[in-house]
Ligand binder design. Structure first.
Ligand code: HEC
Length: 97
């Protein structure tokens, strides 16, 4: 009896919802700065453009400056820039990865 009622329910599966609920930050590795890089950098261009770079922290800071001066990125407080550059240099740095 119970079984026949259950079998009469429409079979809806919410596969898509399960997918979109897993926030993966565009494939960025976890760490301090991940959410900032994802939110900021992906608002203008693909994160691929970021992920394919291999730069030192100084060079990342220069890149961020350039993004601010020439590309219209919001001017962030130095602490935020430092966090972002550290994150980028750690994961997308020149350290033989
Ligand atoms: C306001 C828009 C904007 C934001 C925000 C932004 N960018 Fe960019 N970025 C651009 C544009 C536009 C280009 C392409 C410039 C070109 O090729 O002429 C670019 C290009 C780049 C490049 C390629 C540089 C090269 O040598 O070709 C890198 C690396 C980069 N951005 C990193 C970042 C990072 C990291 C962030 C986040 C901290 C960021 N961008 C945020 C607009 C932005």
């Amino acid at each position: 009896m119970l079984l026949s009622i259950a079998a009469g329910m429409p079979g809806i599966t919410l596969a898509e919802e399960a997918n979109s609920s897993s926030q993966d930050f565009g494939g960025l590795p976890p760490g301090a700065g991940q959410a900032e890089v994802y939110g900021l950098c992906s608002s203008c261009h693909s994160l691929m453009i970021v992920k394919q770079q291999r730069l030192s922290k100084e060079a990342w800071l220069d890149t961020l400056d350039w993004m601010i001066e020439e590309q219209g990125m919001p001017r962030l407080p130095p602490k935020s820039l430092d966090l972002i550059a550290s994150y980028l240099a750690e994961h997308y740095g020149t350290g033989g990865e």
